[in-house]
Each structure stands twice: as structure tokens, then as C-alpha cells.
Design a binder for this molecule. Structure first.
Ligand code: ADE
Length: 223
């Protein structure tokens, strides 16, 4: 079972996320064990101070090294991967998600967007990951995105193995359109070919729609 510890200043942000849907089932089935920790639990002063002003001046607050080092020292295991979620990290890709899904133990650190003390990155972080070129107020949702993206690669988490391979990015094309019942809804009908039962024609139609969609939305994937 993959064990994930999340270190955050906002643990309640993950409450609903972890218990819903596929992720909730994966945890119930013990395919995945996620524990969320409040970083303030490792502060030692009476105000539970986790951040401070930056040396050298500038706006914003910086996450202090002491609580993070203490948390890492308590939680880490031999061979675990310690990951910092940050907009200046390496962009998350399906390859990264898949390779992390094969680890035994991950520790995810979510920081302030203003930053964390560099000594944390230098000593207790193995890998820095960004979920995209936009800046969130803190990395907690980024940690959630990473967990969600990687749990799909854990065998048994998705019902059908097939649903993995048929989706966007496993090849190079975006998804073809899907329809379900009713065949006729408010004057809009499902494309005839999908009702035909002709599987060769259906595959042809889907491939053409996927190519058309990719050309429109993500031409960069076609090069
Ligand atoms: N923290 C704030 N913004 C982030 C992003 N885009 N990716 C990962 N962590 C973040």
C-alpha cells in the first residue's frame, strides 16, 4: 500500500477531498493510506508560529525551517520521497504521476506561495513539483491534485483497467465525445454511427473526432 503523509498549514482543506468518490474507496480498500498533518503541530512557541518575515526584506511571509525539519524527521522512512509543491517546481506530467504511484511512501509538503526557507529545499526535499503556471494561495490543493493524479495509476483503484488506457494523454490525442441514454434529448440526437453496432465504423468515427478536437484545442500535442 502506498503511504502518503501531507504536511500543510490548512489540513481541513483536504477533508472532503479525501473521503469522496474513487479516492475514498481506494483508502477504504487499503490501496492507499493518506494522513494529513497540521504543520503547526511541530511548532514549539505558544503562538504556534510557522512563518516569519524574509531576511533581506520584501513582501510576504516565509515558512520557517524548524517545524518542517521536525515533521520530516518524525515522519520520514528509509527510501521515502519528500516532495514540495511549488509553482517553481517541475511541471506535473502523467509520467511523474505514474512513477510516484509506484513508491512506498511519499511526504508532500505544501507551503505558502510566498515561499519557504531555502534550507528546507536543500536538506529535506527530494523533488519539487508544480501543477501548472498559475499561483495558488498555498500548495494544499496542489497536493490534492497530485494525489488524485497518481492514485489512478495504482492497480485496482480504477474499476476497469481499460478506462485508463482510453483516456486523454495516454496516447497523444484528446478524448472523443461520449454519449449515453436517451438517444434523443431535447431535439439533440446521438450520432447515428454510435447506435449502429458497427465497431469498426465507431472506432473510425472516434479517431476522427479525437484528432479534430486535438487540432482545435491542443495542436501542440500533434507535433
Ligand atoms: N503552490 C502554489 N501554486 C502552486 C502550483 N501552481 N503548483 C504547485 N504548488 C503550488
Amino acid at each position: 500500500m502506498l503511504r502518503i503523509d501531507v504536511l500543510t498549514l490548512f489540513p481541513r482543506m483536504l477533508d472532503g477531498f479525501l473521503s469522496e468518490s474513487i479516492l475514498g474507496k481506494a483508502r477504504e480498500a487499503a490501496l492507499l493510506g493518506v494522513t494529513v498533518h497540521d504543520l503547526r503541530g511541530w511548532t514549539t512557541d505558544k503562538h504556534r508560529t510557522a512563518d516569519d518575515r524574509p531576511f533581506g526584506g520584501g513582501a510576504g511571509m516565509v515558512l520557517k525551517p524548524e517545524p518542517v525539519f521536525a515533521a520530516m524527521e518524525q515522519l520520514q522512512s528509509p527510501g521515502c520521497r519528500r516532495i514540495y509543491l511549488t509553482p517553481d517546481g517541475v511541471p506535473l506530467s502523467p509520467q511523474i504521476a505514474q512513477s510516484l504511484s509506484q513508491e512506498a511512501h511519499l511526504i508532500l509538503l505544501s507551503g505558502h506561495y510566498e515561499g519557504i526557507d531555502q534550507r528546507i529545499r536543500d536538506r529535506v526535499i527530494d523533488q519539487e513539483i508544480s501543477i501548472g503556471d498559475y499561483v495558488l494561495t498555498n500548495g494544499t490543493l496542489a497536493a490534492a491534485v497530485l494525489i488524485d493524479a497518481l492514485c489512478r495509476f495504482i492497480p485496482g483503484v480504477l474499476g476497469e483497467e481499460k478506462s485508463l488506457t482510453h483516456e486523454s494523454f495516454s496516447g497523444k490525442l484528446l478524448d472523443f465525445p461520449q454519449y449515453t441514454r436517451p438517444a434523443e434529448f431535447r431535439g439533440m440526437s446521438v450520432p447515428e454511427v454510435l447506435l449502429s453496432g458497427n465497431h469498426a465504423e465507431i472506432e473510425k468515427w472516434r479517431a476522427a473526432r479525437a484528432l479534430e478536437k486535438t487540432r482545435q484545442v491542443r495542436p501542440d500535442l500533434l507535433n
